[in-house]
Design a protein around this ligand. Structure first.
Ligand SMILES: Cc1ncc(COP(=O)(O)O)c(C=O)c1O
Length: 440
C-alpha cells in the first residue's frame, strides 16, 4: 500500500471516532473527561436528586441589586467595562482582593495579585509555568478533581499524601518528600486545600499549619494553597492562611465563586514577585486579559453591597443543608458507612462498606434517581473506589433528605449484591469509567 493510500485509510478508520487521534500532542493524552463533567448532563434531569455537583446556591444572592449594579456599570462606565485591560487585572479589584484576604491574616499588596478566570485558571497557569512532563506534584489524597485535571494535562506525576480528620498529615508529608527525593526526582510543589476540603470536607488544624510550613520550607518545596472555601466556615473566625505566615514559599489561590457568584468567573493568585511575573506572561498568552466586565462587576459588588452580611447568609444556608445531610446519614447509614463532618464548605466524604465500589454503583444510583461523585475522580493513582463525595450546597434540605434516603437503599442493595457475588477485584474496570447520559 502506498503512503498516501495508508494515510487515507487510517483517516477513514479513525473517522469512526476521531480522525485526528494520531495528531494530538502528547500532552492531550492526559486530557480526559472528569467524572463530574460526564455527570452534569444526567444530574440536570429534574427527577434526579443530585448530590454530585458543587454549584453554589447563587439564588440566595440579592439578584435585583446585582442586576441594578450591572446595568449601572454599563451605563456609567461602559467604555472601560467593555474594553481590554492589563493581564494582571484591574487594580481596584486587586485592592478589594487584598481586603478579602486580610480576613485570613494575609497582608498583601495589590501588586502581588494576578486576577484569573476563576481559581481554575490560576491552577492551570501555575501548572503550566512549573511542570515539565514527569515532574512530581505532591497532592492530598483525595484531591480536587479540577486540579488533577490540570496536573494531568501537563503530564505531572502526582504523588498523593494522606489526610485524616485534621487535614494533611505532617509525618506523611515528610515521608513522601523523602521518598520522592531519594528516587532522584524533583518536587515542584505541594498542592493543598486547607479549608473545608473538596472532596474530603476536612480542615487542616491550626496546630498542623506551622508544621506543614516548616516541613516545606526546610525541603524547599513551594506550597500551592487553594482556598475557595476559607470564608465559609460554620463556626468561629476563618483560620489563618498558610500564605499569612510565608509570603515567599506559598502561592495562594482565591475565588469569588463561592462567596459571590461562580458565573462571573473571577479568581486570583497571590504570588511572590518572580512567580507573579511569570503568571502575568502566561495569562497574557492564554487570554490577553481577563474579562474587564466581570472584574468591574465584582469590584462594584464588593464596594457597594454588604458582602460580609451576604457571606454570613450563605454560611447559614449551607449550615442548614449540611445538618439536613448529616441527620439523614445518621438515620439511614450509620450501621454501614463512615463519613466526615464538615465544619464549612460544601462536601461530605463518605466511606462505603467493604467491597462496595462507588463507580460500579453509580449507574444503579442514577436509576434510583440519586447522583453522587465516585471517589475515583479524586485520585490520580486509581484509588478512591471505596469512597464517594456528597454535596449539600445546591439542593433544598428536603431534597437532600430524599436523596440520602434513595442512596441508602442503593447502598443496601449493593451490600446484598456484594454478599452474593463477592467484591469487585481491585483494579477491575467497571465499564462506568466516564458515564455519558446514554450510559445511565
Ligand atoms: C478546591 C477548589 N479549587 C478550585 C476550584 C475552582 O473554582 P473557580 O474556578 O470557580 O474559582 C474549585 C471549584 O469547585 C474547588 O473546589
Amino acid at each position: 500500500m502506498s503512503d498516501g493510500a495508508r494515510q487515507t485509510n487510517s483517516r477513514v478508520q479513525g473517522s469512526r471516532i476521531d480522525p485526528y487521534f494520531d495528531q494530538y500532542a502528547e500532552r492531550a493524552r492526559g486530557m480526559v473527561a472528569s467524572e463530574i463533567r460526564a455527570l452534569f448532563a444526567v444530574t440536570a434531569r429534574p427527577e434526579i436528586v443530585s448530590l454530585a455537583g458543587g454549584s453554589p446556591y447563587v439564588s440566595a444572592l440579592p439578584l435585583d441589586a446585582v442586576g441594578e449594579l450591572v446595568g449601572k456599570l454599563v451605563a456609567d462606565h461602559g467604555a472601560t467595562a467593555l474594553q481590554y485591560c492589563t493581564a494582571q487585572g484591574d487594580v481596584g479589584l486587586r485592592e478589594k482582593i487584598c481586603d478579602v484576604m486580610s480576613l485570613e491574616g494575609i497582608r498583601a499588596h495589590p501588586d502581588d495579585v494576578v486576577v484569573t478566570v476563576g481559581s481554575q485558571q490560576a491552577l492551570d497557569l501555575i501548572t503550566r509555568i512549573f511542570i515539565d512532563p514527569g515532574d512530581v506534584i505532591l497532592a492530598e489524597a483525595p484531591s480536587y478533581v479540577g486540579a488533577l485535571g490540570s496536573f494531568a494535562a501537563y503530564q505531572a506525576d502526582v504523588v498523593h499524601v494522606p489526610m485524616d480528620e485534621d487535614g494533611l498529615i505532617p509525618e506523611a508529608l515528610e515521608q513522601a518528600i523523602e521518598r520522592v527525593t531519594a528516587s532522584g526526582r524533583r518536587i515542584k510543589f505541594l498542592y493543598t486545600v486547607p479549608n473545608h476540603h473538596n472532596p474530603a470536607g476536612v480542615t487542616l488544624s491550626e496546630e498542623r499549619r506551622p508544621r506543614i510550613l516548616q516541613i516545606c520550607q526546610s525541603a524547599g518545596v513551594l506550597i500551592l494553597e487553594d482556598n475557595p472555601y476559607g470564608l465559609l466556615g460554620f463556626d468561629g473566625e476563618p483560620l489563618r492562611a498558610l500564605r499569612a505566615d510565608d509570603a515567599e514559599g506559598v502561592v495562594y489561590l482565591g475565588s469569588f465563586s463561592k462567596t459571590f457568584a461562580s458565573g462571573v468567573r473571577v479568581g486570583w493568585a497571590t504570588a511572590p514577585p518572580a512567580i507573579r511575573d511569570k503568571l502575568i506572561l502566561a495569562a497574557e498568552s492564554a487570554v490577553l486579559c481577563h474579562p474587564m466586565f466581570s472584574q468591574l462587576a465584582v469590584r462594584e459588588y464588593f464596594e457597594t453591597q454588604p458582602w460580609q452580611e451576604q457571606i454570613k447568609a450563605f454560611r447559614e444556608l449551607y449550615r442548614q443543608r449540611r445538618d439536613a445531610m448529616l441527620e439523614s446519614l445518621d438515620a439511614q447509614l450509620s450501621d454501614s458507612c463512615y463519613w466526615t463532618v464538615p465544619a464549612g464548605g460544601f462536601y461530605v466524604w463518605l466511606r462505603l462498606p467493604e467491597g462496595v465500589h462507588s463507580k460500579a454503583m453509580l449507574p444503579r444510583a442514577v436509576s434510583s434517581r440519586v447522583a453522587y461523585v465516585p471517589g475515583t475522580g479524586f485520585y490520580a493513582d486509581g484509588g478512591g473506589a471505596d469512597h464517594l463525595r456528597l454535596s449539600y450546597c445546591f439542593p433544598e434540605p428536603d431534597r437532600i433528605r430524599e436523596g440520602v434516603r434513595r442512596l441508602a437503599s442503593v447502598i443496601e442493595a449493593e451490600i446484598d449484591l456484594t454478599a452474593t457475588f463477592g467484591p469487585i477485584p481491585p483494579g477491575h474496570r467497571t465499564g462506568a469509567e466516564t458515564p455519558g447520559p446514554g450510559d445511565l
